[in-house]
Ligand binder design. Structure first.
Ligand SMILES: NC(=O)c1ccc[n+]([C@@H]2O[C@H](COP(=O)([O-])OP(=O)(O)OC[C@H]3O[C@@H](n4cnc5c(N)ncnc54)[C@H](OP(=O)(O)O)[C@@H]3O)[C@@H](O)[C@H]2O)c1
Length: 452
């Protein structure tokens, strides 16, 4: 007996004529909103072929929408500056929230789900802080919630964790999740420029905000790793409990010594399983081997390394930001939700878990790691002896002492590598060293990360 064909072939590039159509409402027309609409206009036909159904932009909303030239949309569309109208619109099935302002984004997200609309959001803060409540509300209303664009922009990391690796038991995830800081560090590394020069350039190119604190102090990456950790480990993480350290103290001295040690410096957002129920989550600059996969993530690119119990290492890299790459992630969520609507089934849960554990966080104190210690001193005899005495008292073995010839006697950097030791012991010793009167600035400690 012949098996019946399962795929219908069509001569036409258009979707089947009798199929239903789904309505889209987009709130926010900034970088991502405009990028999303541009991708939709260009890819609409392809998306419709994938869905077998029409996806129609019904309404768009931004505060200044009345003043915009929207002729490039090539289709009639309702406009409004009141986001509540998008949610109330009976022609809108899926609401896309791209406003960026936290209280407004949160209000839109809850109102849309509560009204029984499917929701796609790119707001990492809303998802990291209110993800569990949003999931519960979306379940109660039987609607979909898409969050792919919240982490690593156009790189489908969340999808990989939720779907492609749903059979895996993760032991760790490490990411370069902030393009601004990675651009700054890799420019400093490749061109020898200062942190301030690289930051100014990032601002000029639109990679960094006029106030870069959110990026360079690690807060942006903290929201993203909170979401990734929730997805990898099924625990409801509290963002404020994640220790965060930015890159503002990294300078050319650190990059030069790193190079000499066959390492490089990256802002790593990581989460790892420490015991069966405890996870450690952090955002901090780390020394990583130059041969490791994340060391190859350059410029404003993002990269994630997933470490699985059985499947080993999986790495994904791609655009972490930008209107159109992020627009692709937004529309990919729209397509998935649309598929579930067409099939008449409940959309899959965005975090990949049907039940959650409260987060049980481990502190880094018990970690045993090798460290890089940079001291900047006012040069005088006996400095090394004093520092070594303190380290010895804390039972910390020194791996090496490195000092390039310097000519500023009052501001002389030298570096020590410390053999693997509990982090809390290193922290105790460094607190004592920081009190030594010959120090010209506070010590800097960076862990060596053993990444594949
Ligand atoms: N930029 C990226 O590359 C990127 C990447 C991944 C994720 N994201 C996330 O995507 C979201 C959007 O980011 P973005 O960079 O596109 O922001 P953006 O450029 O600042 O755009 C925000 C848009 O929201 C509109 N808006 C703000 N408040 C509004 C209100 N009360 N009612 C209606 N419209 C309102 C603004 O309208 P007006 O212009 O008319 O004032 C503007 O069009 C954020 O959550 C961000 O974290 C961004």
């Amino acid at each position: 007996m012949n098996a019946s064909p399962r795929i219908r072939f069509s001569e036409s590039a258009d979707p089947p004529r009798k199929s239903r159509s789904l309505g889209l409402g987009v709130i926010g027309l900034g970088t991502v909103g405009t990028g999303t609409l541009k991708v939709l206009v260009e890819h609409q036909r392809e998306i419709q072929r994938r869905l077998g159904c029409k996806l129609q932009l019904k309404v768009i909303c931004s505060r200044s929408v009345q003043r915009r030239d929207l002729s490039w949309l090539r289709q009639p569309v309702k406009i409004t500056s009141d986001w509540k109208q998008v949610i109330r619109d009976p022609e809108v099935d899926i609401v896309v929230e791209l406003v960026g302002v936290l209280p407004t984004a949160r209000a839109i997200a809850f109102a849309a789900l509560d009204a029984g609309k499917h929701l796609v959001t790119a707001n990492k803060q809303v998802v990291a802080e209110y993800g569990v409540e949003l999931v519960e509300l979306s379940r109660a209303r039987h609607v979909g919630l898409g969050i792919e664009a919240c982490v690593a922009g156009g790189t489908p990391v969340l999808h990989a964790v939720r779907e492609g690796l749903a059979g895996e038991n993760f032991t760790a995830v490490y990411g370069i999740l902030n393009g601004t800081t990675n651009y700054i560090l890799t420019e400093m590394e490749s061109r020898g420029c200062s942190f301030a020069e690289a930051l100014a350039e990032a601002q000029q190119k639109g990679y960094a905000e006029p106030d870069p604190t959110f990026d360079v102090e690690g807060y942006d990456a903290r929201y993203k790793i909170a979401i990734l950790a929730m997805m990898c480990f099924g625990q409801a993480v509290r963002v404020r409990e994640i220790p965060v350290e930015g890159i503002t103290r990294i300078n050319q001295v650190d990059l030069a010594y790193a190079r000499g040690l066959n390492h490089t410096l990256r802002l790593i957002a990581g989460a790892r399983r420490r015991t069966s129920d405890r996870i450690e989550i952090f955002v901090r600059p780390m020394m990583i081997p130059t041969a490791s996969r994340l060391a190859g993530v350059l410029g404003a690119t993002n990269g994630v390394l997933l470490v699985g119990n059985k499947g080993g290492n999986t790495s994904i890299t791609g655009h972490g930001a930008g209107g159109e790459p992020t627009g692709v992630a937004v529309l990919s969520d729209v397509v998935q939700i649309a598929r579930s609507i067409i099939a008449g089934r409940s959309p899959s849960t965005p975090f990949g878990y049907e039940s959650w554990h409260p987060s049980r966080m481990a502190t880094p104190d018990e970690n045993v790691v090798a460290s890089y210690l940079r001291l900047v001193v006012r040069d005088r005899p006996g400095i090394l002896g004093r520092v070594c005495t303190i380290l010895g008292r804390h039972r910390i073995n020194i791996g090496s002492v490195l000092q390039e010839r310097g000519n500023i006697k009052n501001h002389l950097p030298f570096v020590m590598t410390l053999e693997p030791t509990q982090e809390k012991r290193v922290a105790g010793a460094v607190r004592e060293i920081a009190r030594l009167t010959f120090l010209a600035e506070p010590p800097l400690v960076l862990p060596f990360a053993e990444l594949p």
